[in-house]
Design a protein around this ligand. Structure first.
Ligand code: SAH
Length: 350
């Protein structure tokens, strides 16, 4: 049984850990050694910290908990080498993480919450509702465990798995700072954060000038259409969202990426393209067109007009690319991740 009173040691920054150890009467170099075990050697157990005395390891065991994830399921795509993990946590919950291979390296799509409360109509991650936020350690562990299991190095991260990252703002920011400063030392330029549009948090993120790429899940360019598929639009409408995006660009100098999943008959007509052109006119941005991935609970269909839509945007001077669908045979594509065991019929590969 996990003791909830224990401190989650993997979520601590180097300074926080040093302060904890100093309070225990330890010298600062001990904190450095322990940090190294946690974030460079990535041990799963205090007992593996071989240059730490048995007595101190015992104290650590009593005061801190060292979280870990277990692989409950692993699916490997036959098409493109994408790997989807279902990771289990000690409280019995699970999340999915997807490892994707691109020309420029390996990218890991990580989850930020168990479930999601945003309610986007086309997305599988929200169907079973929201359970809880993930801790910084649980986000880091998705990287550590995936690297350990796959033997592949993760070069970039996309916060596009289960959950809404800006709905778990403090934990996500802490995770990013750990990722940036500790073992992985990853530049935040290699991170993309995707949001359905929590406007207040976009302003906050802009102030932090992290250097990450902000992706906005747009999917429709009028309030009427967007509100019908994304409930968040009723709270923050398109005008508020676009004003926040312009502010983000002004403050960070980072071009925004807009995600637009094309759904047959809903947002894929010439009129929809023209609405999008009007909305984005004059903005330095990039549009990522995603043929909608079908999910079993909804009857949204993939659009047949993806190329046509792209050409219309391009003709109006809007930079748009079609996102390659990875891991389609293992339900690992955008919007298909869920926290249940719903793919039990698929074969598990060793
Ligand atoms: N909550 C965040 C990140 C998770 S979703 C967000 O909303 O941005 C990652 C991307 O996949 C988002 O752009 C999301 O809108 C999109 N998406 C969700 N369901 C999809 C589906 N069925 N087909 C294609 N894209 C989908």
């Amino acid at each position: 049984m996990e003791n909830t009173e224990k401190i989650d040691i993997l979520s601590l920054s180097r300074d926080e850990l040093t302060a904890e150890l100093t309070a225990l009467g330890e010298k600062t170099f001990r904190a450095k050694q322990i940090y190294d075990w946690l974030h460079v050697k990535k041990v799963r157990d205090f007992s593996q910290m071989s240059n730490i005395s048995a007595q101190l390891r015992d104290t650590l065991e009593k005061k801190f908990c060292l979280k870990s994830l277990i692989i409950k399921k692993k699916l490997v795509s036959d098409i493109d080498n994408t790997v989807k993990y279902l990771y289990g946590m000690p409280d019995g919950e699970s999340v999915e993480t997807v490892l994707m291979e691109y020309k420029h390296g390996n990218s890991l799509c990580i989850s930020t919450q168990v479930g999601c409360r945003m309610g986007c109509r086309f997305c599988a991650s929200t169907i079973a509702g929201f359970v809880r936020h993930l801790l910084p350690s649980e986000m880091l562990l998705q990287i550590y465990e995936t690297e350990r299991d796959s033997g592949r190095h993760v070069d970039s991260i996309v916060l596009m798995g289960i959950g809404e990252p800006l709905d778990n703002f403090d934990n996500v920011m802490k995770f990013l700072s750990l990722l940036n400063s500790e073992g992985e030392g990853m530049s935040l330029r290699h991170i993309s954060l995707s949001t359905c549009g929590i406007v207040d948090r976009i302003y906050e993120l802009a102030e932090m000038k992290t250097g990450l790429t902000l992706s906005i899940s747009l999917h429709a360019a009028t309030d009427e259409k967007r509100s019908s598929i994304m409930p968040i639009n009723k709270k923050y409408n398109l005008e508020q969202l676009m004003t926040a995006c312009r502010d983000y660009f002004k403050k960070t100098g980072r071009r925004i990426s807009f995600e637009y999943s094309l759904i047959e008959g809903v947002n894929d007509t010439e009129q929809s393209a023209d609405e999008l052109i009007k909305l984005l006119r004059g903005m330095l941005c990039h549009v990522n067109l995603i043929p909608i991935n079908e999910i079993r609970e909804r009857d949204y269909k993939k659009s047949r007009y993806v190329e046509k839509f792209q050409k219309r945007l391009a003709a109006a001077g809007i930079n748009a690319t079609v996102r390659r669908t990875l891991g389609a045979d293992i339900n690992a594509a955008c919007g298909q991740l869920r926290r249940d065991d719903g793919d039990a019929h698929k074969a598990v590969k060793e």
